[in-house]
Design a protein around this ligand. Structure first.
Ligand SMILES: [Zn+2]
Length: 334
């Protein structure tokens, strides 16, 4: 395992277009040959995804870290970049990687790093197996790579985006809306280039929605006893964000697949309607809005306002009615 400590300053000295690779793995022996193979594959993917204009921000990737201690590595970088700490941890979520982008949006002053768990790196090295098996590692890495691009685009349009406070309802809606779009775009590009099976994304979405809604219900039950609205609200924001991210991602995948088979969206909406009718309606409208956003070059502040409205619908569907006033945020239960 490499014990080199790399800092934000070190990353900022790496030139654009020449990303470096850092291996901190214990699960397999990262011989020089393996490192070279992995590095070549990463460079190949950066060039493949970055070619043309659709994902030109990929070249701002400076460092890829492969880690057997993924969550701690992510935490280290979040601290280094003064971000909120923590990775998404739900029983349903499988983490493919974490991308962090910083800077003011000018190409020379914007940088990205990608941290991937060792098993994703192992996937990038697979040469044999079925089409889908071979694609999985590349698909996960390309997903992260597109986040470097969207991180750049967002900073370029809006500057550095600070995370919203728990009592900033407009900010929360916008943050979730942007994240839906980023997940949609990441899965669209990843699955156009390296398709993976739709079935597992579909079942992942169903179980994520079902368990997310159950956890929100349990928190509401708890609230009836302890009347702790702050805890209920924080939990609901987390869970609803996860559901929306998952929706964004699976819609991106279904869009990518639609060139060959356009039955995915209707299957998706159908399956979701068995769990929740309001959420299946939201899913359909998200699909339309994400396509509308993709058609427009516009980067004004209203770009994500319709998505923000749909985020609000998600909170309503969970029986939460947030009302922002000058005195703060009040959350009513409906
Ligand atoms: Zn993502």
């Amino acid at each position: 395992m490499s014990n080199i400590i790399v800092t934000k300053g070190d990353v900022e000295r790496i030139p654009a277009g020449k990303p470096e690779l850092l291996m901190r793995v214990t699960s397999f022996k990262a011989t020089e040959e393996i490192q070279k193979q992995l590095y070549d594959q990463i460079l190949f993917l950066v060039r493949r995804v970055g070619e043309g204009t659709q994902c030109r921000g990929c070249v701002l990737l400076r460092l890829v870290i492969v880690s057997s201690d993924f969550h701690n590595e992510v935490r280290y970088w979040q601290r280094e970049l003064k971000r909120a700490e923590g990775t998404t941890l739900t029983p349903e979520a499988e983490t493919g990687g974490k991308t962090l982008v910083w800077g003011d949006g000018r190409p020379d002053f914007t940088r990205g790093i990608i941290i991937i768990p060792d098993k994703v790196a192992a996937g990038l090295l697979i040469k044999q197996g079925s089409h889908f098996q071979k694609n999985t590692g590349d698909n996960l890495f390309v997903h992260e790579l597109t986040h470097v691009h969207t991180g750049y685009l967002l900073r370029n349009a809006f500057g550095e985006i600070s995370p919203s406070m728990n009592n900033d309802w407009i900010g929360i809606q916008k943050e979730i809306a942007i994240s839906i779009w980023e997940e949609w775009f990441a899965e669209l590009i990843a699955n156009r280039l390296f398709p993976v099976q739709f079935g597992s994304a579909l079942s992942g979405t169903i179980s994520m929605l079902r368990s997310g809604l159950e956890r929100i219900d349990r928190s509401r039950d708890l609230y009836r006893i302890n009347e702790d609205i702050v805890t209920l609200w924080a939990k609901a924001v987390d869970e609803i964000s996860l559901i929306f991210n998952q929706f964004g991602g699976v819609l991106g995948l279904s869009c990518a697949a639609a060139q060959k088979d356009n039955s995915f969206l209707s299957r998706l909406v159908n399956e979701i309607s068995r769990i929740s009718l309001p959420w299946s309606a939201i899913l359909g409208r998200l699909h339309d809005e994400l396509l509308a956003i993709a058609q427009k070059e516009d980067w004004s502040s209203g770009k994500f306002s319709e998505l923000s409205r749909l985020v609000q619908e998600g909170f309503f569907a969970c029986g939460l009615l947030p009302i922002q006033s000058e005195r703060g945020l009040k959350v009513h239960l409906i």
